[in-house]
Write a protein of this length. Structure first.
Length: 192
């Protein structure tokens, strides 16, 4: 695994006046990830694919180039998800993994089968930023095709999904959509 090397910066930096990711935070996380990946730390400190997926870094002038860091984190997440799947199969059997995947897929399908425009909550406060219902529903339709008709879809499509902004009840609540998409990514990473 090609994580941070102590002798050189792991990523290119943006220009001094541009905003990138805080280099100290990225370096600290990558050091912790390397220790966890190499199995050198206690199991309680092990970094999971979910930890990687939810990691966020503060913006900083002259920081690391965000797209490069995000791509490395995506690769790390995929490797860890594979490890977690393999560990579950090794310790509890393939049936345990299939049950876990089946339960998660069933929960996701129930939401995806809701009518367009009714798949997620609407923000209760007027003027609150929300996601375009049309954009989110389009991705949900694609996900349903992936789950039920085995239409190929990359997990990166979900990771990189961008929705137009809506306001208040004109859109879906961002936090609920984001939590749902995290579960989708978890499922897809565990399958692929």
């Amino acid at each position: 695994m090609d994580l941070a090397r102590p002798d050189s910066p792991p990523f290119a930096r943006v220009g001094r006046r541009e905003v990138g990711y805080n280099t100290r935070q990225v370096d600290r996380f990558l050091t912790r990830a390397r220790t966890s990946y190499d199995g050198e730390g206690p199991a309680a400190d092990a970094i999971t694919s979910g930890d990687v997926r939810s990691m966020a870094f503060d913006p900083a002038r002259g920081g690391y180039e965000p797209q490069a860091v995000d791509a490395a984190l995506d690769r790390l997440e995929d490797v860890l998800a594979q490890r977690e799947r393999d560990y579950l199969i090794r310790t509890e059997g393939e049936h345990a993994w299939l049950r876990q995947i089946g339960r998660t897929a069933a929960v996701l399908r129930r939401r995806l089968h809701r009518p367009a425009g009714e798949r997620f909550r609407r923000p209760s406060k007027q003027g609150t930023p929300s996601y375009s219902v049309e954009d989110v529903d389009r991705l949900c339709d694609d996900l349903l095709q992936y789950l039920e008709n085995h239409v190929p879809m990359s997990v990166d499509v979900v990771r990189r999904a961008v929705f137009r902004e809506a306001r208040g009840a004109d859109g879906y609540e961002e936090a609920q959509v984001d939590a749902f998409l995290d579960r989708v990514i978890e499922l897809m990473a565990g399958i692929d």
